[in-house]
Structure formats: structure tokens, C-alpha cells
Design a binder for this molecule. Structure first.
Ligand SMILES: C[S@@+](CC[C@H](N)C(=O)[O-])C[C@H]1O[C@@H](n2cnc3c(N)ncnc32)[C@H](O)[C@@H]1O
Length: 277
């Protein structure tokens, strides 16, 4: 909402724009500040607050290259089962687990969140970070997590979520080339599926909210993505001719996702989910 008449706004704009060097403007100077805590540390801190403790039996759903489960095993002496749907990613994960000397303490599985190869109530804690957007059958997937968690156990969910600023067409454009599901980005859908599975939502935190204890500051490196996207959009036809539509569309979607996070069309959220006793 803009206050004042159009002519007042016009004058305000030029008063702001022309005399000031950005750095001399107190508001701009505040916006120049960027510190960069590692995202891995942020996840570890949120997990501890969510109830993760030393020695627990943990399931990592969608582990990627297994960096997180290795930290859980090495730093907290957890016994970790980690799964991923892609053999390609698991091959990297195997190498990483070996490199860290954690074979036997981190066990890798080729499996999907929608069909977990574990008995009921097997785990004290579930770790699920930055993968939910790939899952179409949300209800099934979260019901599976609920099943394999012990009563009283908690699940840390860290997932991308559309804000009111994201239009449906933008959701499709950014999600589909990356194998993500536009509908899964909906807050209502995610929370509805968690509750339908039986979870209590104990806490929700948005990491782009500077007032949140889990604030994730803007990292200067993220500017590189904005520039890449700008160049790609300026030279798209020639890039498509050379690399093909699907390759260009994928790179475009990746950097667009980054931009949407920066301008808050997409947010990352932490959920602390609890299975009631
Ligand atoms: C962005 S990576 C995140 C990796 C890791 N969790 C992290 O936080 O660094 C998403 C991972 O989820 C995996 N994935 C996608 N859909 C999945 C599914 N239905 N079940 C299990 N893993 C899945 C992908 O293969 C990929 O390795």
C-alpha cells in the first residue's frame, strides 16, 4: 500500500533517488549488511531445538549426498538411516560416507518417502530437509513418516513454500523443469497433509523473517545467480539453439528459484512436527 497522492509519491521517489549515494542513505546502509552463517549450522540448531539429541536413531528422508546424516553421526553419535530416490545421488552419498569414515554408522537406502522400507515406530527423529517440493503424494509420504516415527517422536521439516506473491503460472515455470510439484509448494497443502497424517504442528518459522531465531541471512554469493539469470534471459534464443530448450529451461528455473527466494515469492520454512503419544 502506498500512502499519499501520486504527485507526493513522485516527489518522494526523486528526493530519495537523486541526492543520495545508496551507502549514505541510512536505510540502504542497513540493507548492505550481510553476514553468512552456514545453512548446515542453521539446520543443526533447528533440529536440536526440535528435540534431536545425542545417540538417537534418526531417519534422513531425501538425503542427497549425505552431508547432513554424516554430521548427525559424527557430531551427535546418532545411528542414521538415510534414503534417496535417485541412485545418482546415492552414489555420491556412498563416496561421502566412506570419505568421512562413517560406513556402518550411516546406512544408505535407495527408496522413496512415499514407501519407507522400515517397520513402524523405528525412529526417534526424522530429518527431512529441502526435498518436500519434489513429492507429489504428500499425504502418503507424510503418513509414512508418521508410521515409522516412535510415539512422542519429532520430525524436522525444512521446505520451500509459495508466498502470496507467487502466481500459479510462476509456480509452474519455476517448479516443473526441476522436477518439483507446483501444488506441493502450497502452505495449506503441506500443513493439511501433516495434520491428516496425525502430526501436531508444534512450530513454524520462516527463515527469510529477520526476526526469526532461524533467520537465514542473504548471502552475497546469491547475487551471482541473479546475474546469470539476467544474462540467460537476454540471450535465450541463441542458448536454446546451442544447448536445447530443456537444458536452458532447467538452468533458468534453477536461478529463477534463487531469485524467487530472494524476493520472497518463495520462502523456506521450518516445521517442528510431533507424533502424539
Ligand atoms: C535439494 S536435495 C536435498 C538434499 C538434503 N536433504 C539436503 O538438505 O542437503 C533433494 C533430494 O531429495 C531427493 N528426492 C526427491 N524426491 C524424493 C522422494 N520422493 N523420496 C526420497 N528422496 C527424494 C532428491 O533425489 C535429492 O537428492
Amino acid at each position: 500500500m502506498h500512502a499519499g497522492s501520486q504527485s507526493t509519491r513522485l516527489e518522494d521517489f526523486y528526493r530519495y533517488l537523486w541526492p543520495a549515494e545508496p551507502a549514505a542513505d541510512p536505510l540502504e546502509a542497513l540493507l548492505d549488511v550481510a553476514d553468512a552463517a552456514g545453512r548446515g549450522d542453521l539446520l543443526m540448531r533447528a533440529a536440536a531445538d526440535c528435540g534431536l539429541a545425542r545417540g538417537m536413531r534418526v531417519l534422513d528422508v531425501g538425503c542427497g549426498w549425505a552431508k547432513c546424516p554424516c554430521r548427525l553421526a559424527a557430531e551427535l553419535d546418532c545411528e542414521v538411516d538415510a534414503l534417496d530416490i535417485l541412485e545418482h545421488n546415492l552414489a555420491q552419498a556412498r563416496e561421502y560416507v566412506e570419505e568421512k569414515g562413517l560406513v556402518g554408522r550411516v546406512t544408505l537406502h535407495l527408496a522413496s518417502m512415499e514407501k519407507l522400507p522400515f517397520e513402524a515406530a523405528a525412529f526417534d527423529f526424522i530429518w527431512c530437509t529441502d526435498m518436500l517440493s519434489h513429492v507429489a503424494a504428500l499425504e502418503t509420504a507424510l503418513a509414512e513418516c508418521f508410521r515409522v516415527l516412535k510415539p512422542g517422536g519429532r520430525m524436522l521439516l525444512y521446505c520451500a513454500q509459495a508466498t502470496d506473491l507467487l502466481e500459479p503460472r510462476e509456480a509452474r515455470r519455476v517448479a516443473e523443469p526441476m522436477g518439483a510439484i507446483p501444488e506441493t509448494l502450497s502452505r495449506r497443502r503441506q500443513e493439511g497433509a501433516a495434520q491428516a497424517a496425525g502430526f501436531q504442528i508444534e512450530r513454524r518459522e520462516v527463515t527469510a523473517d529477520a526476526a526469526s531465531p532461524y533467520y537465514d541471512p542473504v548471502h552475497p554469493d546469491e547475487a551471482a545467480g541473479v546475474l546469470r539469470l539476467a544474462r540467460l534471459l537476454r540471450d535465450r534464443p541463441r542458448l536454446v539453439e546451442r544447448f536445447g530448450e530443456s537444458r536452458v529451461g532447467l538452468v533458468e528455473a534453477h536461478w529463477l528459484w534463487n531469485v524467487y527466494i530472494l524476493i520472497r515469492k518463495l520462502d523456506y520454512c521450518f516445521y517442528f512436527l510431533r507424533k502424539p503419544v
